[in-house]
Design a binder for this molecule. Sequence first.
Ligand code: 8X3
Length: 257
Amino acid sequence: MNTLNDSTVCVTGASAGIGRAAAEAFASAGARIIMMARREDRLERAARDVAGATGADVLVRVLDVTDRDAVNTVFASLPGAWKHIDVLINNAGKALGLAPGYATTPEHLDGMLDTNVKGLVHVTGAVLPGMLERNRGHVINVGSTAGHWVYPGGTVYCATKHAVRALNEGLKMDVHGSAVRVTSVSPGLVETEFSLVRFEGDREKAEQVYANMTPLRAEDVADAMLWAATRPPHVNISEILMMCVDQSHATMVHRHV
Ligand code: 8X3
C-alpha cells in the first residue's frame, strides 16, 4: 500500500500526544480513522478536532487496551467497512515513576506491563487475523529508545519497551509469507504528556525533562509513521529509531544553558 486513500487506520492512545498526532497525520493523508483511548471526553474532543482539521471520517471507541475482553468486543463490533483495518498504530503506552526496578510499586508494575506489553498483544490479536485474511495491512508499533537502552529509574519501563521491540521483530516473522507489514517507530524524548503521566501530574518535574533543549514533537513521530506507511508495498521498514538533535543517548541530552 503506498496510498492511504480509502484506507482505514486505527490508533490506540489517540486522545493526546503521539496518538492524536498520528490520527491527524493519517487523516490528512486521506485515511478514515478509528481513534481509541480510555478517556472519553478527551477522546471525543480530539476526534472532533481531527475531523474538523482534515475533513476525514473519524470513528471513536472508548477502549482500555489492558482489558482483553473489551478489546475483543470493541473490534468485533466495529461497523461494516470499519472492520477492515489497513493500518494499526499500537501507540497506547506509558511510563510510571522513576523508582529502581526492584522497588517499583505493584500499581506501576502492572500499569506498565499491562498497557505497554499485554495491551499491544491484545489489540494486535484482535486485528492481525483480519489483515492476514485480506493479505493486506500494516502494524506500526510505537517503540522507544528505551527499547534499545536502559537508564537509571527506567528499569521496568525500559523492559517493557525492549519487549515491544521483541514483539515487533517476532510479529514480522509471524506474518512472514503474507503482504502484511510490521514497523516499529522508536523515539527518544518527545514533549507530550509522557512525563506528566510518569510523574503523576507533577508539572514542574515533567517540564524539567524538556528544559533548555528542543525535544521531538509528537508530529515528528507521526510523520515518521506516515513515511513508513506510504512506502511501496514491497518495502517493509523494520524500525525507525529517532531522536532530537539535542539527544545523543538515553541520558545524554544537550541543555542550552
Ligand atoms: C520515551 C523515551 O527516554 O523518555 O519512550 O524514556 S524516554
